[in-house]
Design a protein around this ligand. Structure first.
Ligand SMILES: NC(=O)c1ccc[n+]([C@@H]2O[C@H](COP(=O)([O-])OP(=O)(O)OC[C@H]3O[C@@H](n4cnc5c(N)ncnc54)[C@H](OP(=O)(O)O)[C@@H]3O)[C@@H](O)[C@H]2O)c1
Length: 296
């Protein structure tokens, strides 16, 4: 079968989900297939493949690492993206560049729309914003998909960390003033697939609907886990302020995204964040804590 879709960053949380969704139509490139910071190699490999669509999930996503090594963050998240966009332009492939809610400063106090001014507060956000700019400047057939707080069956994520602590009986420290739209990678991947066939290039916010502080998210996780392990309700959630969390990079406080644009213009709507969460908790428990699960 012809490989019409190229997924770059295919070994990551979202990349693996997309590989699963597109199946045999997709070619999956991990970092060992192409280092996107190598401009000539990236260009030559994409030119040889000439895909119809490129989805770039490759990024330096560790926010504190990016703060420590801003040059590296820009090399991957901005210049690497430019390399891909220029190669996409050369072969005439549509490009999906996945971006982040961290392009905002988190001070708005209401869900961010695509028209809101950006203002990243850390180097991860700045490098991703530069990537958005370089992608759209290099190639007009680019979709920028901003998303936030991902969890899913591939790779480590925040929800897993909460579950692991709960089942170990360890109190879970939760920031009450860090708010986002928790998003399940399978819902996001399906939305990306639909948006990428629209031909309506531009910036889109794509998250599960609604908002949750880390405390609210951890409470929802604990309630879901308690269906199988009632004892976790006794494990305390310790509320803290973000400033007390001892993170290297500053975090934006409330990066809830509005998805009104995809709903109105593309008729794409994701579920509220509370819906997929229990399904995912069940999946994680079955796969990583199996043997301790007593049945439905
Ligand atoms: N995770 C979230 O909560 C979140 C939130 C908002 C937006 N996003 C965005 O969503 C996208 C996907 O995120 P994710 O969570 O799936 O990321 P991830 O799990 O960290 O995966 C990123 C992948 O990129 C690869 N990579 C890093 N540097 C590379 C390079 N120079 N060349 C080629 N590949 C390279 C990594 O390979 P190695 O494993 O070998 O390093 C990794 O497999 C990113 O654009 C991210 O900014 C994520």
């Amino acid at each position: 079968m012809e490989k019409e879709v190229l997924i770059i960053g295919a070994g990551g949380r979202l990349g693996q989900e997309l590989v699963h969704l597109y199946g045999p139509r997709a070619l999956a490139w991990t970092r060992s297939d192409v280092d996107i910071t190598a401009a000539e190699l990236t260009r030559a490999k994409i030119a040889a493949l000439a895909p119809r669509l490129i989805i770039n999930c490759a990024a330096l996503t560790a926010v504190d690492v990016a703060e420590h090594y801003p040059d590296l963050a820009f090399k991957v998240n901005a210049l690497g993206v430019r390399n891909i966009a220029e190669a996409a332009a050369e072969v005439g492939a549509d490009l999906v560049q996945v971006s982040t809610d961290y392009v905002f400063d988190g001070q708005k106090g209401a869900p961010y729309t695509e028209e809101d001014p950006t203002g990243p507060v850390n180097y991860y956000g700045r490098s991703k914003l530069a990537g958005e700019y370089l992608a759209t400047r290099s190639w007009h057939r680019t979709y920028i998909i901003r998303t936030g707080l991902l969890y899913g069956r591939f790779g480590r994520n925040y929800v897993q960390a909460v579950i692991d602590d709960l089942l170990a009986g360890k109190p879970v420290t939760v920031a009450i003033d860090q708010v986002a739209s928790p998003t399940c990678t399978s819902d996001l991947a399906q939305a990306i697939q639909r948006i990428a066939t629209s031909g309506r290039y531009g910036i889109y916010h794509v998250v599960n609907e609604g908002r949750a502080s880390r405390r609210q998210l951890a409470e929802a996780v604990r309630a879901a886990v308690s269906r199988w392990f009632p004892e976790v309700m006794k494990v305390p959630l310790r509320p803290i302020l973000l400033a007390e969390a001892g993170k290297i990079a500053p975090r934006p406080r409330d990066t809830t995204l509005s998805c009104a644009k995809i709903a109105q213009e593309l008729a794409v709507q994701l579920r509220r964040w509370e819906e997929p969460l229990p399904e995912y908790v069940k999946y994680y428990l079955e796969h990583y804590w199996s043997g301790r699960i007593m049945g439905d």
